[in-house]
Design a protein around this ligand. Sequence first.
Ligand code: BG6
Length: 484
Amino acid sequence: MVSRVIPVDPFDLVIFGGTGDLARRKILPGLYRRFLAGQMPEDARVIAAARSEMSDAEYRAMIREAIGEFVSKARQDKKAIEAFLKRLSYVAIDATGEDGWDRLKQATRRDVVQAFYFSVAPALFGPLAERLHNRGIACETCRIVVEKPFGHDLASAKALNATLAEHFHEGQIYRIDHYLGKETVQNLMAVRFGNMLFEPLWNAQYVDHIQITVAETVGVGGRGAYYDKSGAMRDMVQNHLMQLLCLIAMEPPAHFDPDAVRDEKLKVIRALDPVLPDEIVRGQYQARGKDPGYREDAENPASLTESFIALRLHVSNWRWKGTPFYLRTGKKLKARASEIAVVFKDPPHSIFGPQENRRGNVLAIKLQPNEGMTLRVTIKEPGPGGMRLVEVPLDMSFAEALGENGADIPDAYERLIMDVIRGNQTLFMRGDEVEAAWAWADPVIRGWEERGDRPCPYDAGTTGPEEAQILMHRDARRWREIRE
Ligand code: BG6
């Protein structure tokens, strides 16, 4: 199978925060891979802007090093890297002052696609937007890309939306949730709406429950200052897990276009019931041997911030009434494994008599690390001795099924940046979606803050606190195993 590269128009991509971690780890390596794939037109330019003084040559050297570190060795082609670096330039800029803006104006063109990536603290969104507008740098059709965290709560998210809206309309604003750029997440929509097989069963009549797990092995070391003010709820659930939930639970949109998809996602968030205190388990990892615990990593010995959370949610609409959604995510767990599992009900009557340990059909969509899908089905256990049933997986690894193209799944950022250039907002969050997600999360967070809830301790390298198991057992269900 040959992968198709759809060309994009010439563009100027300005990256504010161009020397930052995200730019070095994700944005520039992603652009390099698109360049390698032949998707960066001849006259596409990347202009990095940041506070420190630096020449173009010094910036290119920095990105040469970043490519060496963050792009797989197999993709490191010396000639290609140098050709790519020629597309980069650097402008030192004072985001809140006057310096550098004239140079930026000279460096950008108004007759190509313009995208301005705000890879900076949200406090700078306002000053940047204002200067781009007032100095006549941004053209009418330019695009603004912003990263999470998009607000800390509903009030701050509204304020950010209002700040951006002063100079740009919603059709120009691309709010990134990089989970939406993951190939398998998009596959979720392909599987649901591209097949006849699943959608008729995709409702409370046939689905017992749904599990969404995003398990990480990393801790918060190095980003403790940010994380401690955020916690798993703000860092992962309000955005990434919520987006996964929306894609799983939404009604089929009439078209695969930005507003049709985002309207349906918004309805899901608005249909969420308030979460009761006994439907949430919060956890915090403990020190193990020489491995520091959360409080040491966060450098806050009295921290009550959660590094793990499990929740039971209810989407109150006709499709899902009675089917709970269980979400969990955490740091320092036993494996890096993210998946969505749709657990179907048992057949209404077993013609084979009682069967022990039946576990029913499960469609598991694995997001990472090994993208793929498994459908667990029941068959007869081979051999004589009566009709004994056994469950086996119908397994599809995308890498195996799609050969070279499956193994070579692009990183989320590659995909999303190209969508910005194409002007396709389908995989970006609309302002009202973000606000609705905060409107749901705010009272949950306020609840545990007011009660002074303490997170349950858990050992690093496990599946999280025991209480998360109990949350499931109470409903006579169990979490799926966390494994790569
Ligand atoms: C980020 C969070 O948005 O997503 C991090 O801030 C988290 O805490 C990361 O580690 C996970 O992303 P991925 O793509 O590695 O699953």
